[in-house]
Ligand binder design. Structure first.
Ligand SMILES: C[S@@+](CC[C@H](N)C(=O)[O-])C[C@H]1O[C@@H](n2cnc3c(N)ncnc32)[C@H](O)[C@@H]1O
Length: 248
């Protein structure tokens, strides 16, 4: 499959992102981030069409975003309230924005859109450089689960009605920790293929990347209501902190 750059996701998904990518947790995500951030300056990496950033801005938070896809930003700009949010177009691994922030967040498994460990680590290091002392970095990601895979692959039905079926085929490369997706949308009008490549990481590897960047794990929850994280958790919300410098 061709290379995935910072704009690929948007080129493939911007048009119907809001219709097809509702995780059903947006209100809870906004509530927790709002509580954690208090009145600090917030930066969202991969802000997309503003699913989380817009409600945060409506609550009065100061929100800045980075986004790789101009097409996703166009969708964001069509929405009321988006004028309150400043967005820089670029690769979020670079975190190339001016100023410093008290709270940075990266939700909806988007860390895994960075295609290598090196890029993910670079992201952590650049976030740490942009955080004020005592500031936090919140990451939401799935816990990899291969129980439904056979011979390194799985096919599942995501949606089906009388006139259409949306299938998802996934191939797993355990060496590079890559999941290669093809989302196949078959309707009476024809077939559409929407590829996606994710480089997954286990929570322990994400913690190590944070540690290498000088961040410490403050809390890890198994859901947006601060559910305990345990062996049955399918996702995690992890809160890292940039330590205050030692006194004296
Ligand atoms: C799953 S969407 C999440 C969007 C938004 N944060 C949300 O929760 O709805 C992933 C987003 O990451 C953006 N993206 C993917 N790789 C990127 C990169 N390397 N740099 C900047 N943005 C990237 C995509 O364009 C898309 O907007």
């Amino acid at each position: 499959m061709d290379a995935f750059t910072e704009s690929t996701f948007g080129e493939l998904n911007a048009e119907d992102y809001d219709d097809l990518h509702d995780p059903g947790t947006t209100e809870d995500t906004v509530a927790l981030i709002s509580e954690v951030a208090g009145d600090g300056r917030i930066l969202e990496l991969a802000i997309g069409t503003g699913r989380v950033a817009l409600p945060l801005a409506r609550r009065g938070h100061s929100v800045t975003g980075i986004e790789g896809s101009p097409l996703m930003v166009e969708k964001l700009r069509e929405k009321p309230g988006s004028e309150r949010i400043s967005v820089k177009v670029g690769d979020f691994a670079d975190v190339a924005v001016d100023g410093r922030f008290d709270h940075v967040f990266l939700v909806y498994n988007t860390l895994f859109n960075l295609q290598s460990q090196a890029d993910q680590l670079r992201c952590f290091r650049n976030v740490a450089a942009r955080l004020n002392d005592g500031g936090t970095f919140l990451v939401e990601a799935f816990v990899p689960d291969f129980s439904a895979f056979t011979d390194g692959q799985r096919v599942s039905t995501r949606y089906l009605d009388r006139g259409s079926v949306f299938l998802e085929a996934v191939v797993h490369d355990p060496v590079c920790q890559l999941l290669e997706f093809q989302r196949i949308r078959i309707t009476e009008a024809g077939t559409r293929l929407v590829p996606l490549r994710l480089r997954y990481a286990w929570p322990s590897e994400i913690d190590l990347m944070a540690r290498l960047a000088g961040l410490t794990l403050d809390a890890r929850w198994g859901g947006w209501h601060r559910e305990p994280f345990d062996a049955g958790s399918s996702m995690h919300v992890s809160l890292y902190r940039k330590p205050q410098p030692a006194a004296g």
